[in-house]
Structure formats: C-alpha cells, structure tokens
Design a protein around this ligand. Structure first.
Ligand SMILES: [Cu+2]
Length: 141
C-alpha cells in the first residue's frame, strides 16, 4: 500500500511541478545601468537603474511576446531552480508594475551585490534566463 502511494506520488510529481517557461529571444540581455560595478554609494539613497536589450517590459500578469519584468537580487545568487516562480523577499525584489529603476534606502554600510533577473508574467525566469552580471557596490553612511 505504501509503495503504491509512493508510486502515485512519483507519477503525479512531474505534472504538479510542470511550469511552462517562456522562451527569451536570442541576444536578450539585462544589465544594471547604475550604479557601476565597484561604485561607492550613500546608504540613504541608492538609485538602481535597470537596462534591458532585445526585449520589452510588461507588468506581471500580462502576456505579451518577448517581455518580462525585472527582479533585483540583493546579496543573493540566482536561484538554482529556475522552473518555479521567484519568491518575493528582502533579497529578491519584484518590479511587477514594469518599473525600470528603484531607490534602495535600507542597505547597511559595507559591500553588497546587485543583479537583475527578468521574469515572465508568472515571475518565472525565461529560458534561457535573462540576467545581468552581478555587481558589487560599497555602501557608506
Ligand atoms: Cu516578479
């Protein structure tokens, strides 16, 4: 009985996890316009501007070819499993209204990393993923 249940779960798992990833066009690229890699910035006002080449921006929930919305990864790596919607937390900030910049005001003094990762209408990274290089900045008071 137990083995039957496990077999049923194994068969059902791929269906439950199946998440359709949206294809990204060849050459699409996300990049951080500012701050520059290695920049020293003031903690009270860190303006981060998002760049995107070869694709357009659409708000979360809106299906439109070759579009997505930005996610800013703060002090974290791109998740290993890109088949699931990105979580929303202090380290992965969604810009589901289609914003192309933000001002961070809560970074503590010291080094921090920033990286952009585009997500589709369901917050799932594209295939292949469209992400920027990870930059390191130094925040001072
Ligand atoms: Cu999102």
């Amino acid at each position: 009985m137990r083995s039957l249940l496990i077999a049923a779960l194994i068969l059902a798992a791929p269906l439950a996890l199946a998440q359709e990833r949206t294809a990204s066009p060849a050459g699409a690229e996300a990049y951080i316009i500012s701050p520059r890699n290695g920049a020293t910035v003031h903690a009270d006002k860190v303006l981060v501007q998002f760049g995107l080449k070869g694709m357009g921006i659409a708000p979360a929930g809106v299906k439109f070819d070759n579009t997505g919305h930005h996610h800013l990864l703060i002090d974290t790596d791109v998740p290993a499993d890109l088949s699931k919607p990105l979580p929303a937390n202090d380290n992965i900030v969604h810009f589901g209204k289609g914003q192309t910049e933000t001002t961070l005001t809560t970074l503590t003094p010291g080094k921090h990393t920033l990286q952009l990762l585009l997500g589709d209408l369901n917050h799932v990274p594209h295939d292949p993923p469209v992400m920027s290089k990870k930059i390191t900045i130094t925040v001072v008071k």
